[in-house]
Ligand binder design. Structure first.
Ligand code: ADP
Length: 827
């Protein structure tokens, strides 16, 4: 700032004001700069006008006035192109610069306001009024100066372009206006801002403006500092990592490990090239392999990428087994391994036939085998695979709630794996296995997503040629897979899913069917498996029958097979320890092998009773009978329901009660009985029905039996929904229910007329032994079940009633009206 020639300034005095307080001086237009009082700055002089002004001033050792151009780009500014406020300044000696320009040092003296131009030829002369600055210091100015200084100090610390001397110099300035000018000149401001500070006459105002500008500058500087230090940290860390990796590489190569790793990667590359993957998958595998190449062998990602590559390599992408489309062969396999099941077998044979005729058009059907456990769904699936010559795989979906279990976790999760579908495909090893999805009726659903939506994609022929697994990241083609799903019941299968399935029902077996299955399949298999094939062990027909009747109680044959296996094992033990054993298994010897019978007692009440009715229920284990028990007690018309009753069942009870009340007169029930009676409905026994309206007519019958005191026949079972007007509506699961009724030894079953179609496939023998009555209305139901009215219509009165407190009758009721039992059906 203080260059040579500084002494020249001392020869130049400030211009003397005339009587009007105005000074007169030559003017230099300034381009792109503002000069403050007390500042010393070099000026570069280019324009003739400016040069003439300087020469004139220097000839008389006078000051000049520097004024900014409003528009710096104007080459020869007129008076109107100049600001009004400028600075009177002293000039040093002119100096020629090496590049041919001329420069001169200028020292600002004071602010001036131009009043008029007195000469415009050659150069400008002006009259101007020096600005008086009030530099008196008050406490307030003092405080403001200190604050500004403190801010400036921080700026100097943070800003590398500001030398520390700038602060020291500022510290030694004790005029507020000067301080403001000094700081303004050292900050990086726009030309407009500089001019506006020049025009601020009041030193306090100027300081205020400067403090604001300093605050803004500090904000920017601090942010810059923060960014710089982050960048620095990042750079440091990267350098450190590079350094450590390099060290590790050297150590590993010393130990010879790097070579092994390299060898490994080469092997992988070869395997990738040999695996016949689709192009997209191949590219992906190579990309991952290249990532591996760039990593040191010990990096944690190495294991993750290797596992991923192993998955890609192990999955079948193109390998398929060749279909055996020989229909006779298929029919033989299916018949050899399974008794009955005509519909399922036919459907498979049809499928094979169509494939043979139109091999490319055909999409695999998605079958859904529905039926109670142990009815051969899984084992038929296995036989289908065998008949077609395909691999067989199965996966259970029971209790799966998380979509990720089906679709896998993204690789970013620690320990991520593909979902069950892809895992199972790896097990299958071919792209066209028979793939059994078990228990799709037991899919869960919660906040972790809806697994059924993933299944929809699996089972949709439009989409499953590019099935996406989160882990795999590349699409996988499932379109060659033959999917078979299984379920115990249809109701809980999400409708969108059910829509895609071709349902084939597996009803439970009758006793005769079970006998045949046992004789032809289960016994030979168990003998084989227990090493008794050549030991001449025989099961009497009667023994098998006893096992079916007294040791098992099921729709399928799973437990029967278990009991047969049980007997075989016991015999095998004797054979192995070379003890004598009976070659004939008779009903009497069962006791010895299997212990006492489990199901000796019939579930049926022996005697007909009031308020006890037999219903038919459809449960996950097939059909079952279910006793509905009703007790009446003096009370206030409340209804209590116990046993495992769902909401729909409770509504059925309400409907049954409303129907009963509406028919009270016809049924000979006294009108006010209902208000004075509490009803307790109970469904005992473990045969827990699924919730549904099919217990409607059973509940109504039990209620009417209880209220009228007419006994209900325990040998008649029933199922049907009831309307408020007493019509009987059709319900589900009829086949299972009828088979259960037969199993339980009922003689008569009441079934809604509109369910007639469901009974077409029922075994003839069942229909011979079990009378099926189709009903449309409650009147028909009551006619079949209820006995004659008691001679005197007995008022509903429970044994537990407190006779003394009840005013109504002195004589205790003869009939405990409370005990009507009807067998009801859950749908
Ligand atoms: P599900 O899958 O329906 O629960 P499974 O397929 O596991 O039943 O069948 C249980 C057992 O019963 C198997 O050993 C199966 O071979 C046998 N089984 C069931 N139905 C038949 C049938 N119709 N013919 C021959 N065996 C059968």
């Amino acid at each position: 700032m203080f260059g040579q020639g500084i002494n020249d300034f001392y020869n130049v005095r400030d211009a003397e004001p005339d009587e009007n307080g105005l000074i007169e001086a030559a003017l230099i237009p300034l381009r792109d700069m503002v000069i403050y009082p007390n500042m010393v700055t070099p000026l570069f002089v280019g324009r003739d006008r400016s040069m003439a002004a300087i020469m004139a001033a220097q000839a008389n050792e006078q000051t000049v006035i520097g004024v900014g151009q409003i528009d710096p780009s104007v080459p020869d500014p007129k008076p109107d192109d100049l600001f009004v406020f400028g600075t009177e300044m002293a000039l040093g000696r002119l100096m020629r610069m090496p590049d041919g320009t001329t420069s001169v040092l200028a020292q600002g003296r004071r602010r001036v306001e131009i009043v008029e131009f007195t000469r415009t030829e050659n150069y400008y002369r002006v009259k101007a009024r020096p600005v008086f600055e009030n530099n008196k210091k008050t406490r307030e100015t003092e405080a403001l100066m200190r604050a500004v200084l403190a801010l400036f100090e921080k700026c100097v610390q943070l800003n590398r372009n500001l030398p520390e001397e700038a602060y020291i110099y500022a510290m030694n300035v004790d005029e507020p206006g000067w301080l403001a000018d000094l700081i303004a000149s050292s900050l990086d401001l726009s030309i407009e801002e500089r001019q506006s500070i020049l025009e601020l006459i009041d030193p306090m105002e100027r300081l205020h403006r400067i403090s604001v500008l300093l605050g803004r500058e500090l904000d920017v500087l601090e942010l810059e500092e923060q960014i710089n230090s982050q960048v620095q940290q990042e750079v440091d860390r990267n350098q450190r990592e590079v350094y450590l990796r390099e060290q590790m590489r050297v150590i590993q190569s010393e130990l010879g490990e790097a070579d092994i790793f390299q060898q490994d990667l080469n092997d992988l590359r070869e395997r990738i090239d040999q695996a016949s993957m689709p192009e997209e998958v191949h590219d992906k595998a190579l990309k991952e392999l290249n990532r591996l190449l760039l990593m040191p062998p010990m990096a944690p990602e190495v294991g993750i990428i290797r596992t991923y590559l192993d998955w890609l390599l192990d999955l079948p992408w193109t390998k398929a087994s060749e279909d055996n489309l020989d229909i006779e062969h298929a029919a033989k396999v299916l018949d050899e391994e399974h008794y009955g099941l005509p519909r399922a077998k036919d459907r498979i044979l049809e499928h094979i036939a169509v494939r043979k005729l139109a091999p490319d058009k055909m999409r695999s059907p998605i079958l859904c085998f529905v039926g109670p456990p142990g009815t051969g769904k899984t084992s038929l699936g296995r036989s289908i695979a065998k008949a077609l010559g395909r691999e067989f795989v199965r996966v259970s979906l029971g209790g799966v709630r998380d979509e990720a279990e089906i679709r896998g976790h993204r690789r970013t999760y620690i320990g991520a794996l593909p979902g069950r579908i892809i895992q199972t495909m790896r097990r299958a090893g071919t792209v066209n296995p028979v793939f059994m999805l078990d228990e799709i009726d037991k899919l869960g659903q919660d906040f972790r997503g809806d697994p059924s939506s993933a299944l929809l994609e699996v089972l949709d022929p439009e989409q499953n040629n590019a099935y996406s697994d989160h882990y795999l990241e590349v699409p996988y083609d499932l379109s060659k897979v033959m999917f078979i799903t299984t379920a115990n019941i249809l109701d809980t299968i999400p409708p969108a899913l059910l829509d895609r399935l071709e349902v084939i029902e597996f009803a439970g077996y009758t006793e005769e069917e079970k006998l045949s299955i046992a004789r032809r399949f289960l016994i030979p298999r168990q003998l084989e498996q227990n090493g008794l094939a050549d030991k001449g062990l025989r099961f009497d027909e009667k023994a098998i029958q006893t096992m079916i009747r007294e040791y098992t109680y099921e729709a399928g044959v799973r437990n029967l097979e278990r009991e047969i296996a049980n007997v075989c094992r016991k015999v095998a033990r004797r054979v192995a320890s070379e003890k004598s054993f009976t070659r004939r298994i008779t009903p009497d010897s069962l006791d010895r092998y299997l212990g006492p019978a489990h199901y000796l007692q019939s579930k049926l009440e022996e005697n007909d009773q009031v308020g006890l009715v037999t219903g038919l229920a459809w449960t996950e284990g097939g059909g079952d009978i279910m006793a509905v028990e009703i007790t009446l007690m003096p009370g206030k018309g409340n209804m209590l329901l116990t046993g495992q009753l769902g909401e729909v069942m409770q509504e059925s009870a309400q409907a049954a009660l409303s129907y009963t009340r509406s028919r009270a007169k016809a049924l000979n029930i006294k009108e006010n009985t209902f208000e004075k009676t509490d009803i307790h409905i109970h469904v005992p026994e473990g045969a827990v029905p699924k919730d549904g309206p099919s217990a409607g007519i059973t509940l109504a019958t039990a209620l009417i039996s209880a209220f009228t005191g007419r006994k209900a026949s325990s040998k008649v079972g029933m199922t049907g929904e009831i309307t408020l007007r007493g019509r009987v509506l059709p319900v589900g699961g009829i086949k299972e229910k009828v088979l259960a009724a037969h199993r339980a030894g009922l003689k008569k079953v009441l079934v809604p007329t509109r369910n007639k179609k469901d009974l077409i496939e029922i075994h003839k023998k069942v229909l011979r032994e079990l009378q099926i009555i189709y009903v449309d209305s409650m009147d028909e139901v009551l006619e079949q079940v209820l006995g004659p009215a008691a001679r005197k219509s007995a008022p509903p009165r429970a044994k537990t009633a407190k006779p003394k407190t009840s005013r109504s009758r002195k004589r205790p009721a003869r009939v405990p009206a409370s005990v009507g039992v009807v067998t009801a059906s859950g749908t």
